[in-house]
Design a binder for this molecule. Structure first.
Ligand code: ADP
Ligand code: MG
Length: 239
């Protein structure tokens, strides 16, 4: 089967600092991949390269078999959800969801159909007339996910979407995201430094250190057979 996302020999330097070093990663269609590692290891940088928000220093990125390395973010078939919700404060939830589609010139009834579907999936129908200031953190994050959902993309990118939320909401939304993935069966690339999130969500976990993937395996293998002390210390079972 064709890979959904392929990364070939990807490097990114900020000045003389090598943030990502010769990364290779193949992600299958419909796979849920978690990029896991401590703060500063390069997770967001990798995600932003895939999204097209950062230019790579070297290497190539393929999405759906197409070389997207130098394409605009909007032309990559991806939707991104950030840690901070990045909602438009002056717009209602409905507008937040529909704005991008309207700007792209989509027909009104198709916009309405997509917004209604996303609102149903994320259970935010009662919130459509509210503004972000009148939503809880969890509700805002649902709307942020909804904004990626309405675009009907093949690949979802999440950058620590739950880290601003309290523990109870985090675990609720974790279940929600898993349910979403079961329903949509799209490819998800999910960045976190939270071991529990990684173990519960991922089909495979890529454990990163200093811009290098140390181990790429399913949660069971990562947990029980860490390849080195770093992985063991970060996520593995106590030895
Ligand atoms: P993570 O998401 O894993 O916490 P990042 O990808 O944000 O890590 O950052 C990786 C490294 O790149 C860090 O050392 C960070 O300081 C550095 N970095 C990130 N963005 C920039 C930038 N715009 N300019 C210079 N260095 C940066
Ligand atoms: Mg980050």
């Amino acid at each position: 089967m064709q890979n959904s996302v392929s990364i070939r020999d990807l490097s990114l330097n900020f000045g003389s600092v090598k943030v990502l070093q010769h990364l290779d990663l193949d992600i299958a269609q419909g796979e849920f991949i978690v990029l896991l590692g401590p703060s500063g290891c390069g997770k967001s940088t990798l995600l932003n390269c895939i999204a097209g928000l950062l230019d790579v220093s070297d290497g190539q990125i393929f999405i759906g078999g197409k070389n997207v390395t130098w394409l605009e973010p909007k032309d990559r078939g991806i939707g991104m959800v950030f840690q901070s919700y990045a909602l438009y404060p002056q717009m209602t939830v409905e507008r937040n969801l529909s704005f991008g589609l309207r700007v792209a010139g989509m027909k009104k009834d198709e916009v309405e159909r997509r917004v209604a579907r996303a609102a149903e999936i994320l259970q935010i129908e009662p919130l459509l007339d509210r503004k972000p200031a009148n939503l809880s953190g969890g509700q805002r994050q649902r709307v942020a996910i909804g904004r990626a959902l309405v675009r009907d993309v093949d690949v979802f990118l999440f950058d620590e979407p739950l880290s601003n939320l309290d523990a109870k909401l985090r675990s609720d939304l974790r279940v929600e995201i898993k349910r979403l993935h079961h329903r949509l069966k799209n490819t998800m690339i999910y960045v976190t430094h939270d071991q529990i999130e990684a173990l519960t969500l991922a089909d495979r976990i890529a454990v990163m250190k200093n811009g290098v993937i140390q181990q790429l395996s399913d949660p069971h293998t990562i947990y029980n057979k860490p390849v080195n002390l770093y992985v063991a210390g970060f996520i593995g079972s106590p030895q």
